[in-house]
Design a binder for this molecule. Structure first.
Ligand SMILES: Cc1cc2nc3c(=O)[nH]c(=O)nc-3n(C[C@H](O)[C@H](O)[C@H](O)COP(=O)(O)O)c2cc1C
Length: 173
C-alpha cells in the first residue's frame, strides 16, 4: 500500500485526461475529503461548485491557463465565502488532489485570474470569491503528461531551506 508520504512525493499536476467521465462515487469521496478539511477556527467559510459541460467551458474564460479545465470531464470550483481565508483554500485544493490521487484520479489546480468573471459565471453571492478550481479526471490512455517549468522539478534544497534566519544554511541542506 502506498503511504501518504509516497502520495505527497508523487503528486503531480495532470492536464490531459481519459474520455471516461468521473464516477459519481469518486466525485462524492473527493467532495467529502474537501468538506472535512480543517479551517481557521473551524469556520468552514467555503463552498464547492461541481462544474461540467457548458458551464465548465464558460468558466475557462476566467483564467489564463485553463487547458486542463477544458480537457477535464469535471472540476470543482473552490468558493471562498465572505471573510474566508486563502490559506484554507490552499488546504482544500491539496486535500482534493491527494484524495483524488488515492482513488486513481488525476488533477490540476486552476487559477481563475479574472475572478470577477468566475463570480458572474458561477452566480456567486456578493463578497464570495472563486479564485481557484481543481480539474479532475482519469489518467490519459497514452500516459502523456504535459508540464510547466521543464520537467517539473524543484529548486535545490540550499535555495529554500534555512536555519533560524533567511539565507543561513541548515546543516545537510
Ligand atoms: C496556486 C496554483 C495555481 C495553479 N494554476 C494553474 C493553472 O492555472 N493552470 C495550470 O495548468 N496549472 C496550474 N497550476 C499547476 C502548477 O503549474 C504546477 O503545480 C507546477 O508547475 C508544478 O508541477 P507539478 O504540480 O506537476 O509538480 C497551479 C498550481 C498552484 C499551486
Amino acid at each position: 500500500m502506498r503511504t501518504v508520504y509516497d502520495q505527497i512525493m508523487s503528486l503531480r499536476s495532470v492536464r490531459q485526461y481519459s474520455d471516461k467521465p468521473l464516477s459519481d462515487e469518486h466525485l462524492d469521496q473527493i467532495l467529502e475529503a474537501a468538506r472535512w478539511t480543517g479551517s481557521a477556527k473551524n469556520l468552514q467559510l467555503w463552498s464547492f461548485i461541481v462544474v461540467d459541460g457548458a458551464q465548465k467551458e464558460r468558466l475557462c474564460a476566467a483564467g489564463d491557463f485553463t487547458t486542463p479545465l477544458a480537457n477535464a470531464p469535471v472540476a470543482i470550483a473552490l468558493v471562498q465565502e465572505p471573510h474566508g481565508y486563502e490559506f484554507d483554500t490552499g488546504r482544500l485544493a491539496q486535500n482534493i488532489m491527494l484524495a483524488a490521487a488515492s482513488l486513481g484520479v488525476v488533477s490540476c489546480p486552476i487559477t481563475l485570474h479574472r475572478d470577477e468573471v468566475a463570480a458572474e459565471v458561477l452566480e456567486l453571492p456578493e463578497g464570495a470569491r472563486a479564485r481557484y478550481a481543481v480539474s479532475l479526471g482519469y489518467p490519459p490512455e497514452d500516459g502523456k503528461i504535459a508540464r510547466f517549468g521543464g520537467q517539473g522539478g524543484r529548486k535545490d534544497r540550499s535555495e529554500v531551506i534555512f536555519h533560524n534566519t533567511h539565507g543561513t544554511p541548515l546543516d545537510g541542506s
